[in-house]
Design a protein around this ligand. Structure first.
Ligand code: SF4
Ligand code: SF4
Length: 427
């Protein structure tokens, strides 16, 4: 794609990087059929190719076209399905992250939209505030019929029961059972530890049983993905700096073999810390070290000797790919092979590459598109005979569980169950 950036614009290293990304796009359009928003809206401006072009114009016009670009950028799920099919290797992930941050100062949002974004950015990354807001929002459930459409959609996503606070969220170390093989840090997450603490509990039990000491380091908080996807890249860097500092201290003091993440949206973000600090001489080296050590839980389990003696053949699972795992981290076979190795009968969803509409806080902001995508996914799942739905991301779990009677559980909860742990809640 041809560009007309000025020398002033090119003086910014980020703009030079964006130019090199978008020059790779050859307009072939292979990405269009895999883009969920294009499949719904049928408008080229809501496709990857269209957005790439709009963002190019946004930078060329020094933000003057922001008003016209913003609605199309806001509708993008950042599902990255386009990156899985692009033959030219266009790095849409970093391109769109930069654009979201670039456009924000030129954007005038409505008061309700600004408030919602501010509220989500303040509450979700903080487990205490998030728990409180869940409790407050659930009090509104009986009168949800009187509230606006958007609030009604948000209330529909609330869990029926908010689990008790888990002691596992406190910084501590969990020793390996038997001879220690590895020492790993676990990202306890922010929303996940409130919505479903059993995921971290299963992860720790399973890793301990497999000979891994698991550390919850002091000072670790939200990974920053949530604010990054809302165009608040500076806030994302602050979250990242706290985590990078804490994990680097852990590495210096007692050593770490890996940083394990069991929420794929967060895993994609932490693996991207290196890129987030690409132009920062002070932080880049440390960030790179952290990104290099970061593994999704299924990646780590695939690398170590995972016991295959369990027999779960009488359980049929339908596996839902979280976009951040499938497209963001290109992890497709690991969870399937692990589940099959302990005997689960694993079924596939047709059109598995399509997002379920969860996409971070997308289902709270773009409620209509998110609902269409959810219904599509539920319809596909309903046709499959399976007793449990498995996935690797809490956002997808919440999104799908609101429309399904069957339990939606995390892959690691099933693997823990198969190797001696309790059955996952709801099964
Ligand atoms: S990230 Fe997803 S929604 Fe956005 S352009 Fe790519 S495929 Fe479409
Ligand atoms: S598939 Fe890649 S190269 Fe082709 S139009 Fe889409 S982004 Fe551009």
């Amino acid at each position: 794609m041809q560009t007309n950036f000025t020398s002033d614009q090119r003086a910014r290293p980020e703009v030079r990087e964006m130019e090199s990304i978008l020059r790779k796009c050859v307009h072939c359009g292979f990405c269009l059929s895999d883009c969920p928003t294009y499949s719904i809206l049928g408008d080229e401006r809501d496709s990857p190719r269209g957005r790439i072009y709009l963002i190019k114009e946004l930078i060329e016009s020094d933000g003057k076209s922001a008003k016209f670009v913003m609605p199309h950028l806001d509708k993008c799920l950042s599902c990255l399905a386009c990156t899985s099919v692009c033959p030219s290797g266009v790095d849409y992930q970093h391109y769109v992250d930069f654009a979201r941050s670039y456009i924000e100062p030129f954007t005038k949002r409505t008061i309700p939209d600004s408030f919602l974004r501010w509220f989500l950015a303040r509450t979700i990354p903080n487990p205490h505030w998030f728990r409180l807001s869940l409790v407050a929002a659930s009090l509104l459930r009986p009168i949800s019929g009187l509230l606006g459409r958007r609030i009604k959609s948000v209330i529909k996503l609330l869990p029926k029961k908010i689990p008790l606070n888990s002691t596992l969220s406190i910084p501590q170390s969990f020793p390996a059972v038997g001879k220690p093989r590895l020492r790993v840090a676990l990202l306890a997450g922010c929303a996940q530890q409130v919505l479903r603490p059993s995921i971290n509990e299963a992860t720790i039990r399973l890793l301990n049983r497999l000979g891994c000491e698991v550390v919850l380091s002091k000072g670790i908080g939200c990974c920053g993905a949530l604010v990054n996807h809302m165009g608040r890249q500076n806030e994302a860097r602050e979250f990242a700096k706290a985590n990078i500092t804490s994990w680097n201290n852990e590495i210096e003091e007692r050593g770490l073999d890996a940083i394990v993440v069991n929420t794929s949206g967060c895993g994609t973000e932490v693996k991207g810390y290196s890129h987030l600090f690409k132009n920062d001489e002070i932080w880049h080296g440390m960030a790179e070290r952290i990104s290099f050590l970061t593994k999704d839980i299924t990646e780590l389990l695939t690398e170590i000797d995972f016991p295959t003696s369990a027999n779960m053949q009488h359980h049929t699972i339908v596996y839902h790919d979280a976009c951040s795992l499938l497209h963001g981290q290109k992890i497709e076979q690991e969870p399937r092979l692990l589940l099959k190795s302990v005997g689960f009968d694993v079924k596939e969803i047709p059109g598995k590459h399509f997002c379920c509409g969860s996409a971070g806080v997308y289902n709270l902001i773009q409620t209509e598109i998110a609902e269409i995508l959810k219904l599509r996914r539920l319809e596909a799942i309903e046709k499959i005979e399976a007793e449990i739905v498995a996935t690797g991301n809490i956002g997808c779990q919440v999104q799908l569980q609101t429309g399904l009677k069957r339990p939606v559980v995390h892959t690691v909860e099933l693997l823990d169950w198969a190797t001696g742990g309790p059955s996952p809640p709801g099964t």
